[in-house]
Design a protein around this ligand. Structure first.
Ligand code: FUB
Ligand code: ZN
Length: 621
């Protein structure tokens, strides 16, 4: 069994093949911190909360092991499944006895709650209730169960959940699939992407056909959820012109569609995926990689509607975007997908998790007046459980292979132990202080000399990239589709040095993003920066301005935030002040700004030092 998160290793219409989560071992660096807090705090902590909130008891109630009322929203089974998926990735990498115990127990509780006909859901207990309730989330929960079961099988070789997932899939297919009599649509998508992955494991084409059917089937009118109330557009996937409506549902739909495209190469799917992606990254996404501008309907709004303080930007939506980017990257091999994956991951995703791993954001606004803080638990706790499964599976996102060699998509300290596609074993050792520093050193260690291509991603923001091999600068090679490709005979201990340009960038928005009119944001490498009140105690962050010249002169300096070292930026600016009248004719307005020094910190690290105000977009004078 190979511990793949997404197994495109035999998909006919993909450019890149995945590496398993167990092939990459962190040796320090940025992401090891996230794996550590996930292992030590988030995963065990969430399980304890599940028990105290009765979420696992829901399964015990169904199996008759406990007499108790059902608790939590109708989709809360999915939280246990996402936790189980994350725990499987974690346990494949390290032993955490408390997690192992809960994990073994919870699989047993879930399997015991499955009905003899294969149906599994703790909410709808009377068979007559199945596939009748408005926005029931039965497919959504089932999809998360399939994903969890695959992770348990692939990471740990334990097939208890997988066998039960196959029984559930058979049941759903016989009732609601192409030959079933129940027309039940996937109003909260998720099952589509999971069915594609189930097909990849089982080889049974019916799972893929069911996924495609659900991407094209619409609910009956009475079951329709309008976008403004948390639904997607009333159109089959390939007829959608832009992403509009519930952000998470749209992201999961899109991942399922890329999965179908990767398997059958359907050109309509390919065109739609590109159209929707281009519009999303060209007109609808936050600079943080957050997705979803409106609280109402938790939705992606129209083009250029990107409020800052009222951004919804649900953590699950950013995670969904990262997963979609990853699927698109595997399908196409194009670096732009890895660039966006990285931008969202380092900003709008991990802002969702406190640096101590104990609390989570549900919404990730780009400005706050001090009214936004992370919580350990939400009644709808989709974001925390999504976060832990992503953090535990992240090692699988760093590298992939094709017939020519190995791709390096993300930079951090780690070791890859894997093989070329002809079976030759290969080890890469990465050393870097990325994202704080743009120097990356990779030691290539094949067992014996072997020719292959090493493709190193050069992010779009790096104006220059210098590459040296065994100390020798390489000529003017420019990146192709985002990657510098070095083909040679590699020998044990060959050393590659890559230097990315980490200059501080002053960023603007398209002028139609009216909330950011006359405002600048600061980026360095993949990181978006923000001003947080904690760092400028005497200055109100919403009354500061800066210029692109000030940003060009910003000075990087180390800062500790909640015990974690980050690079902060010291930059010059102004405190906005004016003659007192709220409204005045233009000619009478006197502006009396005074110069100040301010400190910007990485956006992901805000709200870790108590209640604070914050802004990403800073006024220009
Ligand atoms: O409906 C299940 C989850 O709850 C959605 O994915 C989130 O947006 C939240 O509404
Ligand atoms: Zn969520």
């Amino acid at each position: 069994m190979t511990a793949y998160v997404v197994d495109t290793s035999r998909s006919p219409h993909v450019k890149l093949h995945p590496v398993p989560v167990t092939a990459v071992r962190y040796t320090g660096g940025f992401w090891r911190h996230y794996l550590d807090i996930t292992a030590e705090r988030s995963i065990p902590g969430l399980y304890r909360l599940f028990e105290s909130k009765g979420v696992v008891d829901n399964f015990r109630r169904v199996s008759g092991r406990k007499d108790c009322p059902r608790r939590g929203p109708r989709y809360t089974d999915s939280d246990v499944y996402k936790w189980m998926e994350g725990a499987a990735y974690l346990l494949a990498q390290r032993d955490v006895p408390e997690v192992r115990k809960s994990f073994d127990g919870v699989i047993d509780e879930i399997v015991a709650a499955q009905d003899p006909d294969g149906y599994l859901n703790t909410m709808y207990r009377d068979p007559a209730e199945r596939f009748t309730a408005y926005d029931s989330h039965e497919f959504y929960c089932s999809g998360h169960y399939f994903q969890a079961a695959l992770a348990v099988l692939r990471c740990l070789g334990d097939d208890r959940a997988y066998q039960s997932a196959l029984r559930l899939a058979d049941y759903l297919d016989s009732r609601c699939g192409p030959k079933g009599e129940t027309h039940w649509a996937s109003t909260h998508p998720e099952i589509e992407l999971a069915l594609v992955e189930l097909y990849r494991q089982s080889g049974d084409r019916k799972h893929l056909e069911f996924a495609q059917l659900l991407l094209e089937r619409l609910p009956y009118e009475t079951a329709w959820i309008p976008p403004s109330s948390g639904g997607c557009q009333p159109l089959p996937f390939t007829q959608r012109q832009t992403l509009f409506g519930h952000a998470v549902r749209n992201m999961y739909t899109a991942i399922g569609a890329t999965g179908v495209w990767s398997e059958n190469g359907d050109a309509d799917y390919g065109r739609t995926i590109r159209r929707l992606w281009n519009n999303l990254v060209g007109r609808q996404i936050y600079i943080t990689g957050g997705v979803g501008s409106r609280y109402s309907g938790e939705m992606i709004g129209p083009d250029y509607e990107l409020p800052n303080r009222l951004a919804y930007a649900e953590t699950c939506a950013a995670i969904g975007f990262v997963l979609w980017a990853h699927h698109n990257l595997l399908a196409t091999g194009e670096g732009t997908f890895a660039d966006w994956l990285e931008q969202s991951l380092y900003n709008g995703v991990i802002s969702g998790l406190a640096l101590d791993g104990e609390t989570y954001f549900y919404q990730n606004p780009l400005a706050s007046f001090g009214d936004h803080r992370r919580q350990a638990w939400y009644d709808t706790t989709c974001c925390p459980t999504n976060m832990v499964r992503l953090m535990a599976s992240l090692p699988a996102f760093f590298y992939s292979t094709d017939a020519q060699g190995v791709y390096v998509h993300l930079y951090d300290r780690n070791t890859l132990d894997w093989r070329l596609e002809d079976g030759t074993p290969i080890r890469l050792e990465q050393k870097t202080d990325y994202p704080w520093d743009g120097r990356v050193e990779i030691t290539v260690n094949p067992h014996k000399s072997v020719e292959f291509t090493l493709a190193l991603r050069v992010p779009h923001w790096s104006r220059d990239a210098v590459i040296r091999i065994n100390g020798q600068p390489q000529g003017n090679s420019s990146p192709e589709s985002g990657y510098l490709r070095v083909r040679r005979v590699w020998s044990p201990c060959d050393r590659v040095e890559l230097e990315l340009d980490m200059h501080v960038r002053a960023m603007t928005s398209h002028p139609l993003v009216i909330n950011n009119h006359q405002r600048l944001a600061v980026m360095r490498g993949p990181l978006v920066y923000c001003l947080e009140s904690v760092d400028q105690p005497d200055l109100p962050v919403h009354q500061l301005s800066t210029t692109s010249e000030d940003i060009d002169e910003a000075v990087a300096e180390g800062l500790q935030i909640a015990g974690c070292g980050v690079i902060a930026l010291r930059l010059a600016g102004r405190r906005i002040a004016s003659s007192d009248r709220l409204y005045a004719p233009v000619a009478e307005r006197k502006v009396t700004d005074s110069p100040v020094e301010m400190t910007a910190i990485p956006y992901f690290a805000w709200a870790n030092r108590g209640v604070s105000q914050m802004t990403v977009w800073v006024a220009q004078p």
